[in-house]
Write a protein that binds this ligand. Structure first.
Ligand code: CP
Length: 351
């Protein structure tokens, strides 16, 4: 089992992740990927610990891969879905969390449609002096750190399967395309990919970019191509310089890109008519074979899932293993989530 130092108790956001932490996750996930290739895919790392998956919002990949990851580490798992819980009888979120605490839970993996719920539960556990860790499995439009880390792992292992590390992405061009406004995945990926020294290019219609991105762009930053360019953005962080470019059309973002991440149109989070039609959106921002001709010949396409086929990506491209990393992302998810549970769980055992 990997030996490493890790001091973070909760994993709630990638905003303040350090390069050492990214590399620790990548290295640990690589060692668990090796475990998952063995005949016996299980290690006793978290034997006796209880991992509770508290999903207040639907999920296929995140919930199942956290459950499988916990089982591969020999932890006991509890699965909660709000629709079949006592929340239907009026129990609050905090009382639900405290119920799992009373059962001896060591790690809570939490997804909620509102931003900030995992942070609120983590703060309450800290206030109570409990040593239970919280892992954010996606909160509203805020963050999805484990998805950001598995995307990072997927890309880095493609470049160096044996030694995935942050520096491999230095100078790479990565386009993130689509519904950035509603995407917690985009927010986590922006933190991790800009931390690596990659050039991150966002492409979306102005209605699907967060307002503060639009506020950041001055008129003089808009080129003749309708391309808005912004550099060295963001709040103070351990990583001083981040390269982020913003485009209101697709082609400049795709030009010579090494990787393209396309995002699901989050129709369930749209409260206003932000798009003329799905057909027009696909024509302007859909990733297709003809669009990826603007990219490097070795370009790979990622999508966090679930996918609206034929909207954000054409169905044939999604299923083409020459270009699509979508299935690899799901596979990476188990190793990365094993790494995260191991890093916060084994620290608990020895601390
Ligand atoms: N990518 C992702 O979070 O997928 P699920 O909603 O299926 O967990």
């Amino acid at each position: 089992m990997p030996t490493t130092t890790w001091n973070r108790h909760h994993i709630l956001s990638l905003a303040d992740f350090t390069p050492i932490e990214y590399d620790t996750v990548l290295k640990t996930a690589a060692s668990f990927r090796e475990v998952l290739s063995r005949r016996t895919k299980k290690v006793p790392a978290l034997q006796g610990q209880v991992v509770a998956n508290l999903f207040f919002e639907p999920s296929t990949r995140t919930r199942s891969s956290f459950e499988l990851a916990a089982k591969r580490l020999s932890a006991d798992t509890l699965n909660f879905t709000s629709a079949t819980s006592s929340m239907t009888k009026g129990e609050t979120i905090l009382d639900t969390a405290k119920t799992y605490l009373a059962m001896g839970c060591d790690i809570m993996v939490i997804r909620h449609k509102e931003a900030g719920v995992p942070n609120a539960i983590a703060s309450e556990l800290d206030r109570l002096g409990e040593r239970v860790s919280v892992l954010n499995a996606g909160d509203g439009q805020h963050e999805h750190p484990s998805q950001g880390l598995l995307d990072l792992f997927t890309i880095c292992t493609l470049i160096d399967p044996l030694e995935p590390r942050l520096e491999l992405l230095q100078g790479k061009k990565i386009a993130i395309v689509g519904d950035i406004l509603h995407s917690r995945v985009a927010r986590s990926n922006i933190w991790s990919l800009t931390a690596s020294g990659a050039e991150v290019h966002l492409a979306a219609p102005p209605t699907l970019l967060p307002k503060w991105f639009a506020d950041f762009v001055n008129d003089e930053d808009i080129t003749g191509e309708g391309e808005a360019v912004a550099k060295e953005v963001f709040v103070p962080s351990p990583i001083p310089k981040r390269k982020l470019f913003i485009h209101w059309n697709l082609e400049p973002a795709l030009r010579d890109a090494d990787f393209v991440m396309t995002l699901r149109l989050q129709k369930e989070r749209m409260t206003a008519n932000l798009l003329p039609s799905l057909r027009e959106y696909h024509q302007l921002f859909g990733i297709t074979r003809s669009q990826i001709k603007h990219c490097q010949p070795h370009v790979k396409v990622l999508h966090p899932g679930p996918v609206n086929r034929g909207v954000e990506i054409s169905s044939d491209l999604m299923d083409d293993p020459e270009f699509s990393l979508i299935q690899t992302q799901v596979t990476s998810g188990v190793a990365v989530r094993m790494a995260l549970l191991y890093l916060i769980g084994s620290g608990k055992a020895t601390g």
